[in-house]
Design a protein. Sequence first.
Length: 352
Amino acid sequence: MQESQSISNEKPLLAVLRGETRRVPPLWLMRQAGRFLPEYRELRARSGSFLEFCYAPAAAAEATLQPIRRFGFDAAILFSDILVVPDALGQKVKFETGHGPRLAPLEAEEAPLSKLSETIDLQKLAPVFETIERVKSALPRETAFIGFCGAPWTVASYMIAGHGTPDQAPARLFAFRRPEVFEALIARLVEASVSYLTRQIDAGVEVVQIFDSWAGVLPPTQFQRWVFEPLREIVARVKQARPGALVIAFPRGAGAHLKHCVEGLGADAIGLDTSADPLGAVRDAQNRVALQGNLDPLALLAGGAALEREAASILAALENQRHIFNLGHGVLPQTPIAHVEALVRQVREGRS
């Protein structure tokens, strides 16, 4: 396969998002900064609570940069958490070791929105923007910088239940029983997300990704209302507020809606989760957007011939497509570093 006729000197990830097809796809991994790195574990051990860690610019910047130094990925992604948004809306958020995030659940409130601020407190998030500035000044010239937020549906699911749930039943029930209140919550999260992402862009990120980690649990009409429409509005408003902004949407588990997302979200790339069929995604995308993904994190954990085979299959399926190589979800904590190094070599050498 030949590369596009006009190949720019732009950072590889940005070039693909802006329309180029590259023989060697840019590569980064979701959760590339984190528990599988010994240097991250050392850094984390010196920090306070996880939320305090996210709000400590020097530590968060170091966590962002660690995988770039070790693996030379084509993009760094801001080290933070999707739940800084409800925190900045006034909901109490904490992280308990071994149990994950804990929030004051909105489902127990008679008037849940009264417990939240009307608008996001960007001053509370000032440490995040300082982290971005620190990382930006330290990144290699060829490395792109990705910011992010959680999508309204996914963030709302935590806000309603007060913790992660296997099927998001508390949020789904809340949406059925109190649709007007839930719609108002989603609208507030859309506003907060637009403000947060545009401020990240102003601080120095070059791309933003919107994570809708629980998009796949909803039936079609609910998917349209609580996933698709809010995502489309955020993408449109970020691009309107910051012309030229680049946006990746990751509606995890939304395989049946992939073509709809490609055609209607307005994003520059769609992230494919592990269950997505790359060949089907290529047919749906028709190079109208870039596709990001979608190696199974368990294949990365397995390593060896299984990893090489699965990575080769994805490279072959997407070789004529604007492609950003990534996982279908995040790096697992027990993943050996040698397996990540082997994947980087395989992608960079173009062995499909």
